[in-house]
Write a new protein. Structure first.
Length: 140
């Protein structure tokens, strides 16, 4: 009988290979915004990496932004944060991750992304407006 954990050392290089996340182009008209061409691919990887999930009835813009200042890791590579949104039948999943200067998510040594996953029933109006029709907010 096999265990999923036995495949983890084989899967980790695949999950974090450079072919999975595109590199930032030399020149971009939207400088300062991370290159997240495949938000769906990133969301899939984050779902797998964030095993633990918090549940909140209402997530406010202020609470979402305060997370980045209260939980900022003592890592010199942290340059900004990202809030990604994914909707499903059970509500909305919010991923809050810390990014390096190149817009790539930072990971702990065991391979977990630095940040959190929150299932929310509702978001306040200010947070909804901050998404402005997209599923990504970059926090500088």
């Amino acid at each position: 009988m096999w265990k999923f954990g036995s495949f983890l050392p084989v899967l980790l290089p695949f999950l974090f290979s450079e072919t999975q996340v595109p590199k930032k182009p030399e020149k971009r008209p939207t400088a300062g915004v991370p290159e997240l061409i495949s938000v769906g691919n990133l969301l899939f990887r984050l779902v797998e990496l964030f095993r633990r999930e918090e549940t909140v009835d209402v997530l406010t813009f202020v609470e979402a932004i305060q997370f980045f200042s209260r939980h900022r890791p003592a890592d010199a590579r942290v340059a900004k944060g990202a809030i990604l949104r994914s909707r499903d039948r059970q509500g909305t999943l919010i991923f809050q991750v810390f990014l390096d200067a190149g817009g790539q998510p930072l990971f702990d040594l065991p391979g977990g992304a630095r940040g959190r996953k929150v299932r929310v029933r509702m978001m306040d109006e200010e947070l909804e407006e901050a998404f402005d029709g997209s599923d990504l907010i970059v926090v500088e």
